[in-house]
Design a protein around this ligand. Structure first.
Ligand SMILES: NC(=O)c1ccc[n+]([C@@H]2O[C@H](COP(=O)([O-])OP(=O)(O)OC[C@H]3O[C@@H](n4cnc5c(N)ncnc54)[C@H](OP(=O)(O)O)[C@@H]3O)[C@@H](O)[C@H]2O)c1
Length: 316
């Protein structure tokens, strides 16, 4: 990666493939048109869906053209604004989302309604990793209609989405059972979540955790047959939501609300405020400089991240 400050160093790839297709390229710094804002990116989260798109697995739902950039999540500082922008000015600290798969870069242009101010107590790392995982967790919890006293089971409970879903569900007064590997149990307990190990007999482990009570809802963020388990437990279809097992959605007519159901600046702002107020922790597992994007995805694609992996695009 060169150090030319007049360029936008960005993640790109020009054909589908594994992590080795990712490159850092030098592009012109984009200019904001009317209604748009140019942001100097400080941090940008990474998400498993980006790896699936890069591998060509989601061509039906999310078609690609090449060369393709990558990334939705980001946080940074407003550099310039296009005509008609009154809500943001140069120097403002913002959290945002791109709909053009290009946030893993030093600069990104987005519409002003894809930005919210960064509240002061939200770290840059948390801010950059907030959007996709946050809106997905928000939508998934909302989909299962929790009321105080309900018991909800959440799979992948310590991952990027799951770690936020357990906290949002808890905040709604539910008893939350979180399925995760043993090394995440302390963190779950710290948040008032009942941890359940997925190793061994998962049905038996859940029975033990329920201690004779019944589960009212299930949020699946892991796939791997958890929806079948939820159905077998007698949880009604309209109180089961998965963000990954789309075959099970067809089969059981359960819900599949994810990021798209809550991709708004309003939800992003609400989540950021929760983080700022100490009501939502975004665990940041690891950060990598932008130029080490391949290593970041190597870590993510082990599928055992606790919280978020975030790229650092610029330190100042
Ligand atoms: N539909 C949407 O809008 C949407 C949005 C975002 C993500 N997604 C999808 O949702 C999934 C989760 O995303 P993410 O960002 O949370 O991923 P992530 O951060 O990589 O988390 C993966 C989690 O899966 C857990 N896991 C691995 N094997 C497991 C098993 N056998 N049983 C239970 N948990 C297991 C890991 O927990 P341990 O470390 O405890 O093993 C880890 O915490 C991905 O497939 C992603 O593509 C969908």
């Amino acid at each position: 990666m060169s150090t030319d400050n007049s360029k936008n160093h960005a993640v790109q790839y020009d054909h589908f493939g594994h992590i080795d297709v990712l490159n850092i390229v030098s592009l012109p710094i984009p200019s904001p048109k009317a209604g748009e804002v140019l942001v100097k990116v400080k941090t940008a989260g990474i998400n498993p869906g980006e790896a699936s798109i890069r591998e060509g697995k989601l061509q039906q739902q999310f078609p690609s053209t090449f060369p393709s950039g990558q990334g939705t999540d980001f946080a940074g500082i407003v550099e310039t604004t296009g005509d008609g922008i009154t809500d943001f000015k140069a120097g403002d600290e913002v959290i945002g989302f791109s709909n053009n798969r290009n946030s893993q870069a030093e600069y990104v242009v987005v519409k002003a309604d894809q930005l919210v101010p960064r509240p002061p107590k939200v770290s840059w790392e948390q801010a950059g990793g907030l959007f996709v995982a946050g809106t997905t967790a928000y939508a998934a919890v909302r989909a299962v209609n929790l009321k105080a006293g309900d018991t909800v089971i959440i799979s992948g409970a310590a991952g990027g989405v799951g770690s936020l879903a357990v906290q949002i569900a808890k905040k709604q007064g539910a008893k939350v059972i979180g399925i995760a590997s043993e090394h995440n149990h302390e963190w779950l307990k710290k948040h008032g979540i009942v941890p359940v190990n997925y190793e061994g007999n998962i049905e038996q482990n859940l029975k033990t955790a329920l201690n004779g009570a019944k589960a009212d809802a299930f949020i699946d963020t892991a796939g791997k047959g958890y929806v079948d388990i939820a159905v077998q437990m007698g949880i009604p279809a309209d109180r089961i939501n998965t963000i990954i097992d789309f075959e099970a959605v067809e089969k059981y007519k359960i819900k599949a609300e994810g990021s798209a159901a809550a991709s708004t600046a309003e939800v992003l702002s609400e989540l950021a405020q929760m983080v700022n107020d100490g009501e939502l922790e975004i665990p940041v597992a690891k950060t990598y400089p932008l130029k080490h994007v391949k290593e970041a995805y190597q870590e993510l694609e082990k599928h055992h991240t606790h919280g978020k992996i975030v790229l650092i695009a610029s330190a100042n």
